[in-house]
Design a protein around this ligand. Structure first.
Ligand SMILES: Nc1nc2c(c(=O)[nH]1)N[C@H]1C(S)=C(S)[C@@H](COP(=O)(O)OP(=O)(O)OC[C@H]3O[C@@H](n4cnc5c(=O)[nH]c(N)nc54)[C@H](O)[C@@H]3O)O[C@H]1N2
Ligand SMILES: Nc1nc2c(c(=O)[nH]1)N[C@H]1C(S)=C(S)[C@@H](COP(=O)(O)OP(=O)(O)OC[C@H]3O[C@@H](n4cnc5c(=O)[nH]c(N)nc54)[C@H](O)[C@@H]3O)O[C@H]1N2
Ligand code: SF4
Ligand SMILES: [Mo]
Length: 866
């Protein structure tokens, strides 16, 4: 048995994980000594062991669809890249990287592109995520510094969450907040979000503002701070900023934001009177065509009110991905250089000196959305995609897919074999996954932690930094990429951060540059700066030559999209509790699929009535760019006029489940971040002729006339199907072609087809005019056993006497697999608190992420009794 301390590869909270490997396989638990989580894990972290299997992994390099050796794949990729660079120049080549790469991988990719290929066309998925926050900090503070820590949240009197559903997206941090709030009765929590989310569970005030209107609220708050006469005004541009704010009186704010004046006043009173206040903001702010301004509107109120640079205070942009912050440190974005340097003469000269290169890119490269447009136009002819799935996550996915399909050279470094993006790849490199690779990540509070390998790397997988270094050799730059291990890359990165840095660059971990390999292996989590000189940040002092801090004059703008008679609703998109992005790792884990297993379209009761949509009905959501198909769920927490769906579904898990097929690529001019949160759409109910549930043993390629949603279940795959044309002929032909025996029958609500091989159930299909409510557990048991006797087979056929009762409802508690029906039963039997439910069923007693839902079920019961 062995135990390894490592870090969770999902969200930016950056929880420490202890992985244990023994004869029974891998188990994980929270690291009690890690300062991000002190032993806690959320359900995604707790399910990490289940992701370490090899099914679906990319284990071999591939060239033009055939497996290849590393030397063949590298030779071919090198040859094709060299040819494109020779003919069209370095600007015809681009990298598209990810905040899920480790710092060492990221550093290597950035160095190769900017330092040696000589163009700055390396951008990353952080453009879709953090770039507005980066722009906001750089404009105000002179550097990309997050001026807060998790402890600041715990000791603040007022915690404001804006555009953040932290209960689901930063669950362990949210649980720290829940605990701090119950320990400190004078703490208040305000949530600002058009939707009432699970995060509102602990809110003293929820401001359900109009989508996109946040800047108005914060500029109005600045007005109030100025009006009270104690605003700090020693900052650059203070006079201009205050002047604009004076036009934003309460009535104007309330109207602009669609809020009651009284609620706005409450928020302003609390903020101005609190001795400490901290604002946490994420995608509801950043993902906007004026996201940078929104970030500055938030930073302005903290600077002007003096709620900055001291305990319990500050504008705290939470990072999403596990290493979004590391990417910012290495200069992963096309608009910056490594180690917090910029495209300015001194920085360019310094970096060229350090890297020993004469080819350093001199001007910024293309930002993500522009980059894919340039690929579409043929200006960029080769793209290397590492650790991200742009065919799903970039806006306007049809255009992105068309660009990739037309691109002469697409290289993809991936851990899984089949993604929406890798379908377009000419060359595929198999990367090592979490648990196999070594390196570092930096979390939201600037804390650097080690990810450590505890499994042998399978097949031909390699670390991402190694693949980059090999490619550098192919391109003739072997000397600058001679590293033998991730440790050497880390030390070079640390040395660069301290290089000629006399306090001008806030990111300084120069003191770590001399770590021995063993010291690096044993490194405990540390917050930067860790410099050889002073290692604290003087937050009130701007960086880059001690220039002053700045207020940014913000003229509030609304969303860019406009609703009209044809597209009357605003579509909002984001995350659900148990899935991670494009589902490549979480979508195949049964227990993470049980909470929400389809793309749900949440709509307010008023709108459901207006557009004749019933709970559970299928619907088509259209924008001028595309369509997605989802299932309606009526949610009183939706603001009328707004709908919400998740960003997760994609062509591997559904037909027409991609929300980005609808989203337009309109971006913030300063940060380049797309407005993923607001798209004008219409919704129409779709009543298919039949709906069905299909269970089988391996993935199916279904015919184009069927809509499908793939769901994972233990020991089988499950597809929910719907269509207008008959599928039975297709299914029968498919089963016969496999050599299976067919059994067809009528059940009480429709048709039923079973396919057998050697007494094993290979495929089962139940259809009806409305969703067939069947007991999937009984069916899954049949997949595991040989249901030889006639009675067992009859039960599967769904005859009236058969054992196909209704299902157990959605899984509310994924930690202990407790379904909604068991919970409502327990409530009916007298459980009237979350604690009582926990004692009866264990639900909610581990990570706590489902407590808001348990409370909602308890409240429903009370309403019924009323
Ligand atoms: N379970 C899970 N957790 C994750 C991830 C995941 O995929 N799954 N991904 C990680 C990553 S990379 C990221 S970036 C973070 C994102 O974390 P969050 O930003 O918390 O997540 P989202 O669901 O994208 O959006 C947050 C909220 O913004 C709200 N919103 C939409 N429009 C507006 C608006 O105009 N104003 C305001 N104030 N709010 C608005 C939405 O209703 C939503 O509730 O999550 C991280 N954690
Ligand atoms: N409409 C809409 N769109 C959005 C958002 C939204 O809220 N709404 N959110 C945006 C945000 S904030 C983000 S961060 C993006 C996320 O979007 P993506 O980055 O596209 O999503 P992931 O599924 O995390 O993609 C990561 C890929 O890397 C692979 N991978 C995992 N580990 C490794 C590794 O070690 N090495 C390599 N080479 N590959 C690896 C995974 O299998 C997966 O295919 O989506 C953005 N898109
Ligand atoms: S909160 Fe984030 S880092 Fe922590 S276990 Fe959950 S997903 Fe992983
Ligand atoms: Mo993100």
């Amino acid at each position: 048995m062995s135990e390894t301390r490592t870090t969770c590869p999902y969200c930016g909270v950056g929880c420490g994980v202890i992985a244990q490997v023994d004869n029974n396989g891998v188990t994980v638990r929270g690291d009690p000594e890690h300062p991000a989580n002190f032993g806690r894990l959320c359900v995604k972290g707790a399910a990490l062991a289940e992701t370490t299997g090899l099914s679906g992994r990319l284990l071999q390099p591939m060239v033009d669809g055939a497996t290849a050796s590393w030397s063949q794949a590298l030779d071919t990729a090198g040859e094709r890249l060299r040819a494109i660079i020779a003919q069209h120049g370095p600007h015809a080549v681009a990298f598209y990287a990810s905040g899920q790469l480790l710092t060492e991988d990221y550093y290597a990719a950035n160095k190769l592109m900017k330092g040696f290929i000589g163009a700055a066309n390396i951008d990353t998925n952080s453009r879709l995520c953090m770039s507005s926050a980066v722009t906001g900090y750089k404009r105000a503070l002179g550097a990309d510094v997050v001026p807060c820590s998790y402890e600041d949240i715990e000791c603040s009197d007022l915690v404001v969450l804006v555009g953040s559903n932290a209960a689901w997206t930063h669950p362990v941090l949210y649980q720290r907040l829940v605990q701090a709030r119950s320990a400190n009765p004078s703490m208040k929590v305000v949530v600002i979000d058009p939707r009432r989310t699970a995060t509102c569970d602990i809110a003293d005030l929820h401001l359900s503002l109009l989508p996109g209107s946040d800047a108005g609220l914060f500029v109005g708050l600045l007005n109030r701070i100025v009006a009270e006469g104690d605003a700090r005004s020693e900052f650059d541009d203070a006079a201009e900023t205050f002047a604009i704010a004076r036009d934003w009186n309460l009535e104007r704010v309330a109207q602009f934001c669609g809020l009651d004046v009284a609620d706005v006043v409450t928020f302003y009173d609390w903020f101005t009177r609190a001795s400490t206040a901290i604002t946490l903001y994420t995608m509801g702010i950043n993902q906007s065509a004026s996201g940078s301004d929104k970030c500055n509107a938030i930073i302005n109120v903290h600077l002007a009110s003096g709620k900055f640079g001291r305990e319990g205070c500050g504008p705290f942009s939470l990072t999403g991905q596990p290493n979004a912050m590391g990417g910012r440190e290495v200069g992963g974005l096309a608009t910056q250089l490594a180690a917090h340097m910029n495209f300015e003469p001194q920085d360019l000269a310094r970096l060229a000196r350090f890297w020993g290169t004469e080819r350093l890119a001199q001007t910024p490269g293309l930002m993500a959305v522009d980059l894919f447009e340039a690929i579409g136009k043929g200006d960029v002819k080769a793209v290397w995609i590492m650790g991200t799935n742009p065919a799903v996550s970039l806006p306007d996915s049809h255009a992105v897919c068309q660009a990739l399909a037309a691109c002469p050279l697409v290289i993809v470094s991936e851990v899984v074999a089949d993604t929406d993006t890798s379908r377009y790849a000419h060359i595929r490199f198999p990367a090592q996954a979490w648990g196999e690779k070594n390196g570092t990540v930096t979390n939201s509070e600037r804390r650097i932690s080690r990810q450590r390998a505890f499994l042998t790397a399978p097949g031909e997988t390699r670390p991402d930094w190694w693949i980059v270094a090999q490619m550098a050799k192919q391109l003739g730059f072997a000397q600058a990429f001679g590293w033998q291990s991730a440790w050497e890359v880390f030390c070079e990165h640390a040395a660069l951060s301290g290089y000629e840095n006399r306090g001008e660059r806030a990111f300084d971990i120069g003191a770590l540059a001399e770590l021995t390999h063993q010291q690096w292996d044993e490194m405990t989590p540390v917050r930067w700066p860790v410099s050889t000189g002073s290692s604290t940040l003087n937050l009130w002092q701007g960086w880059r030559g001690n220039q002053r801090l700045r207020l940014v004059a913000v003229a509030p703008q609304g969303m860019k999209t406009t609703c009209d008679a044809l597209y009357p609703l605003v579509l909002n998109s984001g995350r659900i509790r148990d899935q991670w992005h494009t589902m490549t790792r979480t979508g195949t884990i049964s227990r993470l699929m049980q909470h929400i297993n389809e793309p749900l379209v949440e709509i307010a009761p008023e709108d459901a009535g207006r557009f004749k949509l019933n709970e559970g009905a299928l619907c088509r959501v259209n924008s001028p760019r595309g369509v997605m198909v989802g299932r309606v769920t009526i949610h009183p927490g939706q603001r009328p006029g707004c709908v919400f769906t998740s960003m997760h579904w994609n062509n591997r898990f559904a037909r027409q489940g991609r929300v980005n097929a609808l989203v337009s690529p309109v971006c913030d001019p300063d940060s380049g971040q797309p407005e993923s949160k607001q798209t004008a759409v219409r919704i129409m109910a779709w009543q298919p002729r039949w709906q069905g549930e299909l269970f089988c043993r391996s993935t199916l390629t279904l015919p184009g006339f069927v809509h499908w949603w793939r769901k994972s279940a233990d020991n089988a795959l499950r597809y929910t199907l719907a269509g207008d044309s008959d599928i039975f002929v297709w299914l029968q032909q498919y089963c016969v072609a496999q050599g299976w025996q067919l059994q067809l029958a009528q059940w009480e609500r429709g048709l039923n087809l079973l396919a057998w091989h050697d007494g094993n159930l290979m495929l089962g299909f139940w259809s009806a005019a409305t969703p067939p409510q069947i007991d999937d557990e009984a069916i899954l048991c049949a997949f595991m056993q040989k249901p030889e006797n006639a009675q067992a087979r009859h039960a599967l056929l769904g005859g009236k006497s058969g054992g196909i009762p209704a299902d157990k409802g959605v899984t509310i508690c994924s930690c202990f697999n407790v379904g909604e029906k068991a919970i409502t039963q327990a409530i009916a039997n007298g459980c009237d608190t979350v604690q009582a439910l926990g004692q009866a069923l264990r639900c909610g007693s581990n990570c706590g992420s489902c407590i808001p839902e348990l409370k909602a079920l308890l409240a429903q019961k009370i309403t019924l009794n009323d």
